[in-house]
Write a protein that binds this ligand. Structure first.
Ligand SMILES: *[C@@H]1O[C@H](CO)[C@@H](O)[C@H](O)[C@H]1NC(C)=O
Ligand SMILES: *[C@@H]1O[C@H](CO)[C@@H](O)[C@H](O)[C@H]1NC(C)=O
Ligand SMILES: *[C@@H]1O[C@H](CO)[C@@H](O)[C@H](O)[C@H]1NC(C)=O
Ligand SMILES: *[C@@H]1O[C@H](CO)[C@@H](O)[C@H](O)[C@H]1NC(C)=O
Length: 361
């Protein structure tokens, strides 16, 4: 009891402590855990276009929102397929990024996931149940499971984490303007699993349940982060464990400038707890975590936006581990001059590789 009061007092001091460039809150001296050092001034190099929508009978306009996981030598990618008429999911795999564009697409409406609105997948292995989970949106926060990631036909029918849109989120969807409930993301620690989602209206929500109960028992959501202007905290968040009890949160925002779909970039925060509070790491368009300002292209600059995607993780399980540097991020980009409506934009995939920002560089 006393101990937790002392910890609370120390946490309050940590929250009030000044921020140092290149370091997040100096909580390591307070929490007994060693905090992982994360750089705030990083740069990236981008590939050219690695994956195009295929010109097949599906008439897909864009390939979007990739989630990627490496198992043995194979990269498995789950992504949204978009066209003006709506969204669906696709799966493909490859062993080398130079071959990614040749990988056959397996459209997941052929599996138990079925037809209809499904988008923005996240894949991980839930070790306690020895099952692969695919998290996605279908109007609610949905999931399917599979005991073999190499068998895309094996995904189960969608089930949802909530019985209906939670009241807090329903309110967020109409305030201050029309929003959309999107981009569900699950990450677990040793005790709990957390479910994040956005309202495209400036709020990031979080629910939780115990590891033992997952996927059942998600709590009513709370607001994890919010901004008065939706553009400043928009969608597509990722949360990763960088080791030593340190977590990295990335959120896609819409910056100044003209480009099809808006100029997209990512802000970042860190915390010693998935439940927050979150300390800013790189949170402006001029000094983003990832964006036009800190990405160089090896060839043609084919996109101004660095949009919805995923880090390449170091493990496949529900803890979503990544290294503390040497990052690679699979993202969606788009020809800035495209004039299609948002869902009809020709989004394609590219890969960022971190250049600068590892400790000492
Ligand atoms: C984690 O903490 C240990 C000390 O406990 C430290 O040596 C190590 O560098 C830390 N890892 C990272 C990635 O910062
Ligand atoms: C980030 O690094 C670049 C050099 O790579 C330097 O010019 C710039 O001032 C640094 N920015 C900050 C905010 O430290
Ligand atoms: C797509 O395939 C159709 C039929 O094979 C062809 O007419 C069309 O030119 C192709 N479009 C592109 C962009 O390659
Ligand atoms: C790659 O995807 C195909 C479906 O397109 C699947 O049949 C195959 O098992 C997958 N390969 C691996 C190594 O997972």
């Amino acid at each position: 009891m006393m101990f937790s009061i002392v910890l609370l007092a120390l946490a309050a001091i940590a929250a009030a402590a000044p921020q140092y460039p290149g370091l997040h809150a100096p909580a390591s001296t307070l929490s007994k855990r060693q905090t992982t050092f994360l750089p705030s001034n990083i740069t990236w190099s981008s590939s050219g276009i690695l994956v195009n929508p295929k010109n097949d009978s599906r008439n897909i306009a864009g390939i979007k929102d990739p989630s990627i996981i490496q198992v043995d030598d194979t990269y498995h990618v789950f992504a949204s397929t978009a066209r003006s008429e709506g969204y669906n999911l696709v799966y493909f795999n490859f062993t080398d990024f130079t071959e990614a564009n040749d990988a056959p697409f397996y459209y997941l409406d052929q599996s138990g996931i079925g037809t209809g609105y499904r988008a923005a997948p996240e894949v991980f292995y839930f070790a306690p149940q020895k099952l692969w989970y695919l998290i996605y949106q279908n109007g609610n926060a949905a999931y399917s499971t599979n005991d073999d990631i190499s068998n895309p036909a094996g995904w189960t029918a969608p089930q949802t984490f909530y019985s209906d849109t939670p009241a807090l989120i329903a309110d967020g969807l109409i305030t201050p303007q029309q929003g959309y409930w999107v981009d569900m993301w699950v990450i677990c620690d040793d005790a709990n699993c957390h479910l994040f989602s956005h309202d495209d209206n400036g709020r990031l929500y979080r629910s939780q349940t115990t590891l033992a109960q997952f996927p059942a028992g998600m709590s009513d959501p709370v607001i994890a982060l919010e901004e008065p202007k939706k553009e400043d905290l928009f969608e597509a968040s990722n949360v990763y464990s960088v080791g030593n009890g340190t977590y990295l949160l990335l959120v896609e925002c819409i910056g100044a400038g003209d480009a099809a779909g808006g100029v997209r970039y990512f802000k970042s925060w860190t915390s010693n707890d998935i439940a927050g509070p979150w300390t800013p790491l790189a949170t402006t368009q001029d000094h983003p975590f990832m964006g036009e300002a800190n990405v160089e292209f090896t060839g043609t600059k084919w996109t101004k936006s660095i949009s919805h995607g995923e880090m390449i993780r170091t493990s496949v399980d529900q803890k979503l581990g990544i290294d503390a540097c040497g990052w690679r991020y699979l993202y969606q980009g788009v020809d800035p001059a495209s004039t299609a409506d948002y869902n009809g934009l020709p989004w394609k995939l590219g890969l960022l590789t971190q250049k600068k920002g590892c400790s000492g560089s």
